[in-house]
Design a protein. Structure first.
Length: 189
């Protein structure tokens, strides 16, 4: 069984990105499982706080889930044409202490998806993630792209994905990501 962790980069209660992550959870192949995570409870990164109190339990728990997974799905909103601060902050905490970053991220398969009410989806936010993904040494799956534009009409008021074309694309995306993880695993044996 391929174990995936997906992180929604939005804290909003009715987030399109959390809804997209839940839709992905329902559409993963039967050979995989996707654990839905959010960034709730993670404080702003502060080196003084880290030195005084250590790593917050919310970060330790998320870090443990990622380490136990076979792949990471980043579900990113796009704020002002870039990465949401809360999401980058979460990744920054997860990479602390620096000696631990490799255990959490190096060589880990990662994929990006996102949803936005705007007309271009999360094109710029996904591109903005590339330097961070590279710096952390993750293995980016770029065999598929999924950027849900006009998310306010793609989801129902209850947060379910109602656009059949996007559902199909998301299912194909998740299957492709799981296949990529399998290829990487076979290559490393």
């Amino acid at each position: 069984m391929v174990r995936l962790v997906g992180i929604s980069g939005s804290l909003r209660q009715h987030s399109y990105n959390t809804a997209l992550l839940r839709a992905a959870q329902a559409l993963v192949p039967q050979t995989a499982e996707l654990e839905v995570r959010t960034l709730h409870g993670i404080p702003l990164y502060d080196a003084d706080l880290e030195a005084r109190e250590g790593t917050p339990q919310s970060v330790v728990a998320l870090k443990s889930a990622i380490v136990a997974s076979d792949g990471l799905l980043l579900v990113t909103p796009e704020y002002n044409h870039g990465i949401p601060g809360v999401f980058k902050n979460g990744i920054d905490w997860l990479s602390r202490p620096p000696a631990d970053a490799a255990r959490v991220f190096r060589g880990r398969p990662v994929a990006l998806i996102g949803a936005s009410p705007g007309g271009f989806g999360t094109t710029l936010a996904q591109a903005a993630w590339l330097p961070t993904i590279t710096a952390l040494g993750m293995e980016l799956w770029s065999g598929g792209r999924l950027m849900v534009a006009h998310a306010n009409s793609a989801f129902s008021e209850e947060g379910t994905l109602k656009d059949g074309a996007i559902q199909s694309q998301l299912g194909q995306f998740m299957s492709g990501f799981v296949e990529f993880i399998g290829r990487l695993a076979r290559r490393s044996v």
